[in-house]
Ligand binder design. Structure first.
Ligand code: PDD
Length: 300
């Protein structure tokens, strides 16, 4: 047997995380079982893409974080500048490639388990970064399948809460059905995906539901609308009846980690021509151009 040479082994990559003021290997990061995040799912989070070492749309993510914290009455433990410094240190310690930063703030570690808020408990602050596979070339994207499922979540889906059990079950149901995402239907309208926002294209108009308590105000969603506005692509923020979803020429799902995915099959219906549509191609090109500008420090 060939002896294995230690010197030829690649050095094991240690992922660095941030926990309550300390940078440390992810495997060593520990929180108490009395943490409210663990016991109650009592916390909020953000996922921020990083391209070329640049935090994508950081100001938008920090604003949404503040809104989520305000909605669940957790004081923001850090100022925006402090968040920026911590996340920048985190990503420079981890990888040169594209990444996604996950950050989470919980109501902290209480002395006893009680639904009511504990007094004088500092929030738990955690952040980690994971490599993001670089997106495939536009021409090689084949599109994804999705299923419609009933939206059985609570009435505050605009809060980016870590309490994600309904989303977890819905996404798993979609995967068990051999698809990539669940499109959630509430009172006859398409709301969003289990972990994405939804767009349809009908008569060359891009349509997405308006922000409100029923859905997460996606950062990618807002950028898609901004790019549409800046490039004379007609768009509307309007409710999407299920019939319009099922007869749409194109369906897209957007998120920080999946960017903009074209849906080519929904339930047992072929969407449009069954391939990524022309407006998706235009939008993803604009999106990739925007990412390039961020990499070069010419956009945020
Ligand atoms: N989720 N809607 C839901 C329910 C989501 O969970 C997400 C993203 C989005 C898209 O938001 P954004 O464009 O800001 O990523 C919409 C993240 C990626 C997650 O939970 O991992």
């Amino acid at each position: 047997m060939k002896p294995c040479s230690i010197s030829n082994r690649p050095t094991a990559h240690v992922t660095i995380a941030y926990l309550n003021g300390t940078f440390l290997p992810l495997e060593e990061a520990r929180v108490s079982v009395m943490d409210r995040g663990f016991l109650f799912g009592d916390g909020v989070y953000e996922v921020i893409p990083v391209y070329g070492g640049q935090l994508f749309r950081l100001a938008h993510h920090l604003r949404r974080l503040q809104n989520s914290l305000d909605a669940v009455r957790i004081g923001n433990p850090l100022r925006d500048e402090e968040w920026k410094n911590i996340l920048t240190r985190l990503i420079t310690q981890n990888s040169d490639s594209d990444q996604a930063v996950y950050l989470q703030v919980t109501r902290g570690v209480a002395k006893r388990r009680d639904h009511a808020f504990p007094e004088d408990t500092p929030p738990t602050v955690f952040a980690m970064s994971t490599p993001c596979p670089s997106s495939a070339g536009i021409d090689t994207v084949t599109g994804i399948r999705a299923v419609t499922l009933e939206d059985n979540r609570w009435k505050h889906c605009n809060i980016k809460a870590i309490t994600l059990l309904p989303n977890v079950l819905l996404r798993q149901e979609a995967i068990d059905a051999g698809t990539a995402e669940a499109i959630l239907i509430k009172d006859g309208f398409a709301i969003e995906g289990a972990a994405s926002n939804i767009f349809i294209v009908t008569n060359n108009i891009v349509i997405t539901p308006p922000n409100g308590p029923a859905l997460l105000p996606g950062i990618t969603r807002d950028l898609v609308l901004e790019l549409a506005a800046n490039n004379s692509i007609p768009y509307r923020e309007a409710d999407i009846p299920v019939d319009d979803l099922l007869s749409a020429d194109e369906i897209w799902l957007s998120s920080s980690t999946r960017e903009i995915s074209p849906v080519i099959r929904l339930d047992d219906i072929t969407v449009g021509a069954g391939v990524p549509g022309p407006l998706w191609k235009r939008m993803i090109t604009l999106y990739q151009d925007y990412k390039e500008a961020v990499r070069k420090g010419k956009a945020k």
